[in-house]
Write a protein that binds this ligand. Sequence first.
Ligand code: NAP
Length: 247
Amino acid sequence: MKTVLITGCSSGFGLETARYFLDRDWQVIATMRTPREDLLPHSERLRVLALDITDPESIRQAVEAAGPLDVLVNNAGIGMLGALEGTSMETAREVFETNTLGTMAMIQAVLPQFRQRKTGVIVNVTSSVTLKSLPLLSVYTASKAAINAFTESLALELRQFNVRVNLVLPGRAPETRFGENAQPRMHNGIPEAYADLAQNVFPGWAQSTAVTRALDVAEAVWHAANDPACPLRLAAGADAVALAGSC
Ligand SMILES: NC(=O)c1ccc[n+]([C@@H]2O[C@H](COP(=O)([O-])OP(=O)(O)OC[C@H]3O[C@@H](n4cnc5c(N)ncnc54)[C@H](OP(=O)(O)O)[C@@H]3O)[C@@H](O)[C@H]2O)c1
């Protein structure tokens, strides 16, 4: 029986992905900053562990407690919307600390076991905003585009150890808590000089009917985890697939 460790399982894509793998008889290690046993169906194949990907000691403890893994899914991430001029460097660092450095730290923590056993798959969840740039998302986009480039280089480095690294690029998913969770970082994010731009672009986003469902992301992660022939980049969701096709 294979084992997957997924980061950020308290909601959204991570929670749905944990459910998806559980339904398909995998052992699932669902990690969350604040562990909750009531979010997923009870199963002997499920373990819920505490993990904050910005905390080295938390990472060490979670990876040690998890034991041997077959797949690591780096899903945990935070968002922010705002003009660069309205973004403090503290907020920019927070975004990179989680989305970029947290992902790298998780991979560093599992690589010794993958390399020694000459097997393993890493799936990094980034975003379709890296396929087509949108205004007022520069810092978030940069944090995810960095992981795209990092993944492509790392894949070449790890091929010799039979360790696969893949990207899943979801589109916009209004059903998750992503927007709500980003709110505290968006205070004063749109200075007056950018108000017109914001007024012009936000309604267009809200109107777009093609969106991504959490299930689309779970299916893409499943595909990446199980199919050695899977392309390195996998768009997830109708909007992301359309963007990927037009790039
Ligand atoms: N929703 C979208 O439109 C969208 C589109 C493209 C890509 N994405 C990406 O998809 C991933 C999942 O997003 P989502 O839509 O499912 O959002 P979500 O509902 O906000 O879920 C994000 C998860 O990440 C966790 N997290 C945040 N910081 C963490 C940290 N330091 N350590 C561990 N876990 C942490 C959150 O846990 P807490 O409950 O502890 O905060 C939560 O479980 C993110 O990487 C996001 O950037 C989202």
